[in-house]
Design a binder for this molecule. Structure first.
Ligand code: GDP
Ligand code: MG
Length: 723
């Protein structure tokens, strides 16, 4: 009785592509040896997922030995089978179908699985037809071995032990093309790649055991192997280097259909049950081409085979890996760019708002973005050639990190700015109990440590270099440290100068009012003593300055120069203030009043006659006038001049020593420039305290006033006499 033909098989005879929902096979390579481009679309529609594995199985054998029938029963595919009634041949070529589920004894395993099995049915020629079709047979064998993991060799039980005709030729072809494909690889590297030859013995009667049939087949296969014409360099390679063998017997489908069906299920177990002792798939059978790359790989292999070029599998696999890994990497990068855009705008927003940032979270987001891009890539790419995969992965990682670096830059700038201002605040708000230098050291230590910690969080696990940021921070802190030291010293200098001014004013005033020949000795002594006392806190016993910023600091040296200059300036101002014409007049007048108005005991004097009045008046006037030359020239009692150690006439120096900071800016060795020469005209001689003209003016006024007093007194005496 004829086996009823499945409806779908009709379709497969006429169309090279029918959607998978119809569970129809697709013609991968047609009778004109053309590769079917729509196979990619077909595979895409089968639900072979990126995460699930896929296995590739091909069947090979002489025409009409029930290959397609077996595949359809085993893998639930719909390859065309010969119509028993019309004896019509199925279309030649290589057919492909994705198994929707494998028939097996355990019903639970029979349904769709994650691991898809891609099945290829090779429709060859009838054993009797020869000639140009041998070419197709050989090409089909090459193609099947280059792409699949398990090769089913289908034969009748009656054929076992008989090695003539089609079967002999077929096995020989398989061995030869296998050598040409994998021979070189075996020699070059310690490749453990093998192909499983699964002999399915049909119409098994049971008279001869499976073991016995297997032994016969094995022995005969080895015989064929030995009889092969192998190239000299491959001569030492053994059968077992290339092949694993497996056997399965099936009962006669037409006479013992039930037994046939259960035998097929037992075979199915060996394809799906990984715990089965006879489980067929081994990792070293696969070609390391995930299904996404498989059609490209298959097409490229077929092109090479069909144009009779040497099929170099590693090159093919690397070619496919390059293209696919590149595609996957750029897809993953495109995806990453969206994450990047979000993270970047967050970073920009952070720069605008003043909210404190959580660098742990930011760092984690950056790490996640990097890892996310890589793991997106890994999902598809890790199954390709490992060298190509890892190389492209590194490039992707670098590209992602280079992008993330822009974000790190933004945050690092924020971090630097906030660290700098916190550092500055810590120094200005420090308690007076610790010195500036100690405060700087402590603040630096903790701020730099915090900064480095946050920077480390931003560095995507150290993959983005951040040393330059730390260096920049150090430089900024250094700048602030310098400014703080200058400000500190400036404050100390100003405090000293204020005290000096107050003290000098009263000292100079009192010395000038009790003017004598020792006035300038006294002023000098008091000036020097005041300096000594007021500077005692910033000078040690040997006169060296120490402002608490280290005596070696250039700031210390400049500050000491500033103090010297400013002290003299302060003294000059005090002297100028108390030697004004009005003040000098008052000094003279006081002297005069003292002598003229009081006696030696300090009692008011009463003049009874004009003679007495006149002599006293002259004496008092002369004594007072004597003070003027003493005050007018700063000469010490030993005859030496009392004069400053600095040039107070230079406007350059005046500007330079305005503050410690300005003195530092002007520099220690800076020279007076040309524009200052105009000052020479107004140059004052320090020791000439009061000019000749001013002295005369004071004397004239003094004479006028005292004469008036004299006239008044004399008038009073005369009047009292006449009363
Ligand atoms: P293929 O050319 O090898 O793919 O063979 P087909 O699957 O098209 O089947 C060829 C013929 O063999 C069909 O008429 C089937 O009914 C028949 N056939 C299928 N399986 C068996 C089997 O197990 N035993 C026998 N004797 N005939 C079978
Ligand atoms: Mg067939």
């Amino acid at each position: 009785p004829a086996e009823p033909v499945a409806d779908q098989s009709e379709a497969s005879l006429t169309s090279s592509y029918v959607p998978i929902e119809n569970l129809t096979a697709i013609q991968l390579i047609d009778e004109h040896k053309q590769f079917n481009e729509s196979v990619l679309e077909y595979i895409g529609g089968t639900g072979v997922s990126a995460t699930g594995e896929h296995r590739i199985v091909a069947v090979f054998g002489s025409q009409s030995t029930g290959k397609s029938t077996l595949l359809n029963h085993l893998f639930n595919t719909n390859f065309g089978v010969m119509d028993e009634a019309s004896r019509q041949q199925t279309t030649k070529g290589i057919w492909l179908a994705v198994s929707p589920g494998v028939s097996c004894t355990d019903e639970r395993k029979a349904g769709p699985t994650d691991d898809k099995i891609v099945v290829m049915d090779v429709e060859g020629t009838d054993g009797t037809e020869r000639g140009e079709d041998q070419d197709f047979e050989r090409k089909a064998a090459l193609f099947a071995l280059a792409t699949s993991e398990v090769l089913i060799v289908n034969l009748w039980e009656t054929q076992v032990g008989w090695y003539q005709g089609a079967n002999m030729g077929l096995i020989k072809t398989v061995f030869e093309v296998n050598l040409s494909l994998f021979g070189r690889i075996k020699l070059d590297s310690a490749s453990d790649h093998k192909v499983l030859l699964l002999f399915v013995i049909r119409d098994h009667t049971g008279v001869t055991s499976k073991e016995s049939l297997s032994a016969t087949l094995t022995r005969d296969l080895l015989k064929i192997w030995d009889s092969l014409n192998k190239p000299a360099e491959l001569a030492q390679l053994r059968f077992e280097d290339f092949f694993d063998l497996a056997f399965h017997t099936l009962s006669h489908k037409i006479f013992q259909n039930d037994a046939f069906v259960s035998d097929v299920k037992l075979l199915g177990d060996r394809f799906v049950d990984t715990k089965n002792l006879d489980y067929l798939f081994k990792p070293n059978y696969c070609h390391n081409i995930p299904i996404e790359g498989w059609t490209m790989y298959a097409e490229s292999c077929w092109e090479q085979i069909d144009s009779n070029k040497d099929l170099d599998l590693p090159t093919q696999q690397i070619m496919v890996a390059r293209i696919k890994c590149e595609e996957l990497a750029s897809a993953s990068f495109t995806e990453f760019e969206q994450t990047y855009a979000i993270l970047y705008s967050e970073a920009q927003k952070a720069s605008e708002s003043q909210v404190p940032l959580n660098y742990v979270h930011i760092g984690q987001a950056l790490v996640a973005a990097h890892l996310g891009a890589l793991s997106d890539y890994d999902i598809g790419a890790s199954k390709y050639n490992q060298d190509v995969y890892t190389h492209r992965r590194e490039l992707l990682s670098e590209k992602v990190l280079a992008k993330l670096q822009n974000i790190v830059l933004l945050y690092a700038e924020l971090l630097t700015a906030s660290t700098v201002s916190e550092f500055e605040a810590a120094l200005t708000k420090r308690t007076k109990s610790i010195t500036l230098v100690d405060a700087i050291e402590a603040a630096k230590k903790s701020f730099v440590a915090d900064y480095k910690r946050d920077l480390e969080l931003l560095s995507v696990e150290g993959q983005i270099p951040t040393d330059s940021y730390t260096e920049r921070l150090q430089a900024e802190l250094q700048k602030i440290e310098g400014e703080q030291k200058i400000a500190e010293v400036n404050a100390l200098v100003n405090k000293y100068l204020r005290k000096l001014q107050t003290s000098l004013n009263s000292a100079v005033q009192s010395e000038i009012s009790k003017a004598s020949e020792e006035t300038w000795d006294n002023i000098k002594e008091r000036y020097e003593n005041l300096q000594k006392t007021l500077l005692s806190k910033v000078r040690n016993s040997d006169g060296k300055y120490d402002f608490g910023i280290g005596s070696e600091s250039p700031v210390t040296e400049i500050a000491s120069q500033t103090i010297e200059y400013k002290s003299w300036e302060t003294l000059l101002a005090a002297i100028a203030k108390f030697t004004s014409k009005e003040n000098l007049f008052n000094v003279l007048k006081d002297r005069f009043d003292e002598k003229f108005g009081y006696d030696a005991n300090g009692n008011p004097r009463v003049y009874l006659n004009t003679t007495e009045l006149e002599s006293s008046f002259v004496a008092a006037k002369n004594a007072a006038a004597l003070v003027l030359p003493n005050l007018s020239t700063a000469i010490l009692s030993d005859g030496n001049k009392f004069q400053p150690t600095v040039n107070l006439n230079s406007s350059f120096l005046r500007r330079k020593f305005e503050s410690v900071a300005s003195a530092l800016k002007a520099g220690a060795g800076a020279q007076e420039d040309e524009s200052d020469s105009e000052d020479e005209e107004n140059e004052r001689n320090f020791i000439e305290v009061v000019s000749e003209d001013d002295q005369q003016e004071v004397l004239r006024k003094f004479k006028r006033e005292t004469d008036a007093i004299f006239v008044a007194r004399k008038g009073a005496i005369v009047q009292s006499r006449t009363q």
